[in-house]
Design a protein around this ligand. Structure first.
Ligand code: HEM
Length: 214
């Protein structure tokens, strides 16, 4: 009873959206640290992947991550559609040009859907071959061969720019939704959010660009 009221209320939805968002942002830091090991060569990267694949804690986290992603996506679309219906199409389109809302906040659904498309591509190209390939190709070689493909590298970098735009608003917004942000600490949350999204976007992109050229 309590749970169904919580999930249906807009406050409940905001809290779930923010918690899954924060969880995904922590996951991105972990993911980037594994990807950075590509710079240390084939052996180090393959060992890092082997460790992740054979760790029970990571396995459990994978399921939680999948639930977090699915919840975030469904709820994001649900909130967008509800807001659109409430405002009505005409008012919604007028609202698009309101100067007080940033470009990032107005395009959360678009950046979100583009990230989702990239996620599907990423699962097909990386995760599934790395996990289920029967012929023992090195994980490092799978990754590097994809980064040698100009189309893939372009889509990859573009997607991380989209993620940066999503996080530019998402980072600070999640602190508001969770009731952590206030007038005093807002400027620091904004600065930290800015640092975080640049770090993530540039971090992932630079790896792809480096291996494309080298
Ligand atoms: C790694 C990927 C992602 C991360 C780290 C992330 C992070 C976040 C964060 C932190 C927020 C702010 C939550 C709040 O306002 O309290 C947010 C909002 C949002 N996200 Fe994501 N997100 C990701 C992927 C996606 C995807 C794939 C979608 C697909 C639809 C999506 C759709 C949305 C939408 C529509 C909002 C705004 C919700 C609202 O208006 O309150 N996100 N995201």
């Amino acid at each position: 009873m309590f749970y169904s009221i919580f999930f249906k209320s807009s406050i409940g939805k905001k809290i779930i959206m923010a918690s899954t968002g924060v969880f995904l942002m922590i996951f991105l830091l972990l993911h980037l640290s594994i990807n950075l090991s590509l710079f240390y060569g084939e052996k180090t990267f393959n060992e890092a992947v082997f460790f992740m694949r054979n760790n029970i804690f990571i396995h459990i986290m994978e399921y939680i991550l999948a639930i977090g992603f699915i919840t975030h996506i469904f709820l994001g679309i649900n909130i967008f559609l509800k807001n659109k219906n409430i405002r009505g199409d005409v008012e919604y389109s007028l609202n698009k040009s309101t100067p007080i809302t940033s470009f990032s906040s107005r395009t959360m659904i678009i950046s979100g859907i583009l990230i989702l498309c990239f996620l599907i591509l990423h699962l097909i190209n990386f995760s599934i071959p790395m996990k289920y390939s029967s012929n023992k190709i090195s994980d490092y070689k799978i990754v590097i061969s994809l980064f040698k493909n100009p189309y893939y590298t372009f889509i990859y970098v573009f997607s991380f720019i989209m993620l940066g735009i999503h996080l530019n608003h998402g980072f600070q917004s999640s602190f508001y939704s969770l009731g952590i942000a206030n007038k005093k600490n807002f400027i620091w949350i904004k600065k930290f959010g800015c640092f975080y999204f640049w770090f993530i976007s540039i971090g992932f992109s630079i790896i792809a660009i480096w291996f494309f050229f080298n």
